[in-house]
Structures are given as C-alpha cells and as structure tokens.
Design a protein around this ligand. Structure first.
Ligand code: KIV
Length: 284
C-alpha cells in the first residue's frame, strides 16, 4: 500500500473521503494497524496513562515519546505517524518547541508532531513548520491543561467559548498546521470549524462532521476499562485477553501445557548420554 503523506491526506479531505487515525505506542500493534489500512497513527502522550499508568499526561517526557515513537515507526509501512509533544516540551518558547520537535522527528523518523493549544501556541507552530516539520494542532479539550480546566470536560459550551475554539483553530491553521485535533467539541461547532478550515479536522468526541476520527486503541478494543460517551468498543479484546491468560494459568498448573508438541524433543541427546550426564552430576 502507498505511504500516506501530508499531500495524500489533504487530497482525501478535498475529495470528501473520511480519514482514520488510532493511537498506538508499540511496534507489534503498529504493524496490525498499518496492515489494517488505517491512514494515521498518533503516538499520543496518552501513553502516560495507557502504558505508564499515570493519572494524566503531565509527567510524560520527550525521551518517553521518542522511545515509544521509534517502535511505532518501525512497524509502519504506509500509515502516517504523528508523535505528540509532551507537556512543557514546547510551551516555553518557539525555540524550545523547534528544538524538541526536531529531536522527536530526527530520533523517531515520524512524519509529523502534534502539540496542544490555540492562538497562544501559534508562534511555536510557525517556528516548527518553518523548519519543514509538519504539525498537527489540538484545540478544544487539551488534556495537558487538565488542571486549568478542572477535569476532562466538554469544551465550547456557550457563545464566547465556541468563538474562542473556532478562532483557536483558525490561528493554528494560519500558523501552518496541516491538521487539527478537535477534542470534546459539540457537533455543530465541530461542523463549522471543519467547514471554515482548510486543515484536516481530526475529531475525538467531536462528531462525524470532522474530516478524520481518532480513538485511543485500548478504549476502542475494550482493553482500558474506560468507555467514554464518544467511544465505541469495536471488539472485546480485553475480555479475550483475560480468557487467554486464565486458560494459560490453568493449563500450566494442570501440567497440560507445554504438551509434547510444544517441545524440542527431536533435538534431545540419546538416553545413554543423558544417563551418563546424570551419573556425572550424582551429587546434584
Ligand atoms: O494523547 C492522545 O492520545 C491524544 C488523543 C486523545 C487525541 O491527544
């Protein structure tokens, strides 16, 4: 399958074709997602919660993103890989943002970086895109600001907030972002932003009006114990995994696994040699 690029993704938007994205954090899952034909992967800083067990994304570091990002890139042939810039890796200045975006792209081999924020982050986005690094913006609910929001809540309620989110999206696009994640944005506002932006809108809890959709893969596979309203379980992989773990536990404890066919019996030495070896180590 041909590689998804900024150009092919923009063409999909222009042709009215929907675009798919899933989060992913490791090589094995990346291969499956790539083989399934998903257009984009986000190595999200949500890995702080899904892979590292933190209660939010704030402790995640650039080194964490590079470790997970590299493994995902190695698993992808055609899927376009975006790596998140973690909390405090870009907010301080455009120079800091460019340095860390460059490091992430150089060391992971990803095709784009993503950062959260609207108008206030436009100088950072300008600096990064000015160096030839494609950027995905992220407006609406921006999880790195969870403490400022007072929780993970729907955004854009009320006219002033709705206007601010549209203006944030336009500022991010103007600064050079080729795509914008819209998180927890009501449907009509998401539709308006999608209509007004040339950039690809990627919705999570932002309705089918967006050009693209993204979900955290553990949520959509029923592996996280977390089913937000906007998510759907496309399979109960968590239950299937637990059943397999229980079956393994029972079979090992019952002596049923490994069975003879699961051993390297054909490579065993002769009985005579093993008897001699046994005798040689009779004190053991
Ligand atoms: O980190 C992440 O997974 C994200 C998605 C929720 C869009 O930013």
């Amino acid at each position: 399958m041909a590689k998804n690029t900024v150009a092919t993704l923009a063409e999909m938007k222009n042709n009215g074709e929907k675009i798919t994205q899933l989060t992913c954090y490791d090589y094995s899952t990346a291969r499956l997602i790539d083989e399934a034909g998903i257009n984009m992967i986000l190595v999200g800083d949500s890995l702080g919660m899904t892979m590292l067990g933190y209660s939010d994304t704030l402790p995640v570091t650039v080194d964490d993103m590079i470790t997970y990002g590299k493994s995902v890139v190695r698993g992808c042939e055609s899927t376009f890989v975006v790596v998140d810039m973690p909390f405090m890796s870009y907010q301080i200045s455009p120079a800091q943002a460019l340095e860390n975006a460059g490091r992430i792209m150089k060391e992971t081999g990803c095709q784009a970086v993503k950062l959260e924020g609207g108008k206030d982050m436009a100088p950072q986005i300008k600096a990064i895109t000015g160096a030839g690094i494609p950027v995905v913006g992220h407006v609406g609910l921006t999880p790195q600001s969870v403490n400022a929001f007072g929780g993970f809540k729907v955004q854009g309620k009320g006219e002033a907030n709705a206007r601010r989110i549209l203006e944030d999206a336009l500022a991010v696009e103007e600064a050079g972002a080729f795509a914008i994640t819209l998180e927890a944005v009501p449907p009509k506002l998401a539709a308006l932003i999608t209509k007004k932006c040339r950039a690809i809108t990627i919705g999570i809890g932002a309705s089918a009006a967006c050009d693209a959709q993204v979900l955290v893969y553990q949520d959509m596979l029923g592996m996280s114990g977390f089913t937000p309203k906007f998510c759907k379980h496309f399979a109960e992989v968590g239950e299937t995994m637990k059943e397999a773990f229980r079956a393994y536990d029972s079979e090992v404890k019952a002596g049923a696994f490994p069975a003879p066919e699961n051993t390297y019996a054909k490579s065993d030495c002769s009985d005579e040699f093993l008897a001699a070896l046994d005798a040689e180590y009779e004190d053991r």
